[in-house]
Structures are given as C-alpha cells and as structure tokens.
Design a protein around this ligand. Sequence first.
Ligand code: PMV
Length: 332
Amino acid sequence: DASGELRAASQAQPNIALIKYWGKRDVALNLPVVGSISITLESLWTRTDVHFMPGQKDDRVSLNGRSDQAETKRITKCLDLLRTRAGVDYGANVASRNNFPTAAGLASSASGFAALVHAGARALNLDLSLEEQSMLARRCSGSAARSIFGGYVEWVHGKLADGTDSVARPLLDANAWPLRVAVAITSTAAKQVGSTEGMNRTAETSPYQSAWIDTQEADLSVARDAIRARDFDALASISEYSCLKMHALALAAQPGLLYWNGATVECMHRVRALRQQGVPVFFTVDAGPQLKAVCEPSAIEQVKAALRDAPGVLDVLDTGLGEGARAIATDL
Ligand code: PMV
C-alpha cells in the first residue's frame, strides 16, 4: 500500500456448482477431468487480511481467531505460489474470518482461497489479471477458481498440460438474473471423506467414471444456453440431473460415497413437490449433507418454509447471488 507495507485485504464468497466438478486429471495442479458451471453467493463471505513481514520466516495464520496446523500448511503452499512470482521469501501474517460455519459443506475453501489469492497478490504488488488469479486459486482449491468471479461462472477444462488455461470465466452478472438460494443445514459434523479423497476413490473404482466424463460437455452446453436465455425450467432440470449424476458416480465407488443423510433426501422430495406445484425451485447437493435450493426471488419464503419444516433440518440460510473477489479495508 501507500505506506510501503506489503499488506492487503479481500473478500470473496462461496460458490455452488450447478454443473458439477468431480475428478482430477492432475492432482498436483488441481486440473479437472470436466468443466463446471457455478453461481457465486452474496451474503456468505470470507474476509482475509494478508500482511507480508520482511524478516519473518513462517506464516502465522488465524482463522476465525484460531490457528490450525493443517490449514496453515495449505495456506503456506498457496502463498508460496505468490511469493515465487514476486521473488520474496518471507512469511505473512494472515487473518481470515467466515460469517458462516466452516467445514459444513458450504465450500469455505472456495471463498477462502479466492480471498487469499486476491489479497496476497495485491499485498505483493503483483499485477495479476482475474484469470491469472483464478488459475492460482484453482491450484490451492479447485472450486476456488470460480469464486474469483461473481454471478454465473464457468471453470473451463483447458487444453494445456501445465493448466494455465484451466481458469474460470464469467458467463452472466448476478444482477442480470438475480436468483436466490436457500441452504438447508442438516448436519454440523465435519466431512467424513473430503473431496480430493472422494474424487480419487471414484476415479479408481467407479465403473461410471468414463460415462461421467463423456456426458459432461453436453450438460455444460445446455446450462450455458439456459443461463443465456434466463430459462429457469431448463436450468432446473439440467442442474438436478448433473447433481444426481455426480452422486450416482460417487455412490458407485468402492466403498460407496454416500454424502446424504435422511434430511437431505427429505429436502430433495420437498423441492420436487414444490416444483410440481409450479414453484420455480430446484435443488443441488455437494460432497456433504447440506441441500441448496435455488429459486426465483418470488418463491424464496415458500421454499425456506418448506425446508425449515423438514424433519432433521437444523437451520436454513438464505442468500442472493453476488460479486467476485474484491478489495476491502485491512484490519478486518
Ligand atoms: O474444489 P473442491 O475440492 O472443493 O471440490 C468441489 C466438489 C463439489 O463441490 C462436489 C462440486 C463442485 O463443482 O463444486
């Protein structure tokens, strides 16, 4: 900044994939076997302050006021990518806060690493395009590539072996089609099988892996058209299809990956019952038991009430679609 301090802070929000990412073609570089399409959320956020300290050897990390060794290691690996580009070798003080429960299947790693790359690059005065930031965020956590951008976003597969072209790109602004999202929290327990391990097991053992890869391009194309045309029904059916297909793929791994609990399934039925009655809503579920219901703004109260009322639902969050990563004041 102007004082010569190597410091900056950024905010980023989680995103939810409608056309899912599942499977890596390169684990070290986090390159996906398929492209994916997501929406970036609005009112759930991560805010991260990065301060590089000349003379300091290690990174010191505070996440929601606590330090965690495993997370610090991941953050150091991510900051190393920025340090290499800037030609500096000293540690940083990192303070990060989420306003939503971490490790509850709400992709805190997506908003977390998008905010970290966005703030870290500015702290080091690296002049990186958003696509370059997306590429670096991808290497830290795959889905973080998408949280650099707001609204409707596609993370493309890419052709190059070094992954420099596997980046996210904006498809449509949030305010051009302001859908809403209700998140039904059905468990606050930490994940049993993380996405990297789950993807690995699926690739090694699921007999549906090649069918998953072969059919993704068609789904991406249908979703792109639906978003371009703001066609809710088309987006609803392709999104539920992609979600259930990803889970079918994972269920067929050995041992099978069963990310749902009873409340997740109950919420799926309720969302489908609402849609049958003409309410514009569809569901999606990631590698955890929370259910995300995406709807037209006019339907949000009805959707929230139906989910809140489902046995086993602990809480229902509600958000619109938001912007990509952006600068905020330091000293959160
Ligand atoms: O990037 P990761 O490791 O958080 O994996 C994300 C996997 C899913 O959330 C299930 C799908 C997706 O595209 O976000």
